[in-house]
Design a protein around this ligand. Sequence first.
Ligand code: FAD
Length: 401
Amino acid sequence: MDIVVIGAGQAGASVVAKLRALGHDGAITLIGEETDPPYQRPPLSKAYLLGEMEAERLWLRSAEFYAENTIALRLGKPVQAIDPVKKTVTVGQEEIPYDQLVLTTGSVPRKLPTAIGGGLDGVYSVRNLHDVDAMKPEFAAGRRLIIVGGGYIGLEAAAVASKLGLDVTVLEMAPRILQRVASPETSDYIRALHQAHGVKILESTGLDRLLGDTRVTGVRLTDGQELPADFVIVGVGIMPATSLAERAGLEIENGIKTGPLGRTSDPSIWAAGDCASFPHGEGRWRLESVGNAIDQAEVVAENIMGANKPYQAQPWFWSDQYDCKLQIAGLNIGYDTIVTRGPEGDAVSFWYYKGDQLLAVDAMNDPRAYMVGKRLIEQGKSPDKTLISDLSVVLKALLKA
Ligand code: FAD
């Protein structure tokens, strides 16, 4: 059985490694449009941007790993088309046949339209190594950076820039940063953290346009105010990379639509990672995280090998900003109550409940709260809220209750 994987990122690398670990002995081809071997993205907006990590340390596996496992790694060219009838993919002039195909094409950052200055020089997205290498020279002390979008990636870039002595302003259109993903309590905590480091956070602030002829020189806000900038980072979210799948006629529903096993609407084609939406409860989820990319990819590999195992997502995420380590377990969709535990020293955690059901935990500098919260959610346990907020209660004991 010949297996082709399109997209040499976190999920793609996980699928091919798992297939070999499970004993698949047919051909495996991993095709990536980037020139770098599969690498981890989280450090791109953290240690790598700060200059504290070499590019080689980003690689998920050594070059030898692919050679030793006879995984054909083909980099630097995108797959242009899939022919689901002939069961081939087209790369340049070549057609590569497959028996089973896996799509791990990730996501693409939303860009600002060129009509409002999105195409100017000095305007950057943070998605891949190339983006970050291009923006790194801009990070010199005293320069003025405007970040459009107060999500995790924009805020991480703000923390790096502030550490390096830049003058940083974050623009957020919504009433609060992180509104789409976190509680007001978490937003308040992160806002205060940035403000303590001199970052200006402007919420409920719309962008009218970027200013400049060829290179960005500033921004105009919807209230008419103009702010100068030496460069701009746009962090306004991502979209699943579905165009190839769409052109191949696969069903799309907020990502490439898969069934519980990770199979798409074509029985020989699978999908995993940022690009894939999968059934969960009554609805569908699409997650944008390393944990999901790895777990879902491994389940797809198992199912290609015949395991017949539905994917059970156990969401987790993290973000590093300054000296704060934020760890998130679970997914807070539909929460109605926040229970705060702490602060205790610099540790504090926010616990999301829907009725009496524990959904998620945001833990700042509190790995214990994160670990316990994660295991409680995985075990389907929901401690009484008063136990969570009571610092005299040992969290670990809740796991045994
Ligand atoms: P990717 O890793 O993006 O890989 C997809 C690959 O497919 C890309 O290399 C792309 O070029 C390639 N591709 C697309 N189309 C084609 C084609 N037609 N032909 C060939 N190749 C193609 N997650 C966390 O959990 N914690 C974090 O702290 C965190 N921080 C992040 C910071 C940054 C700056 C970014 C960008 C992401 C971060 N994430 C974080 C998210 C996490 O990195 C992603 O969820 C994860 O990489 C998704 O893996 P993936 O394999 O689905 O996609």
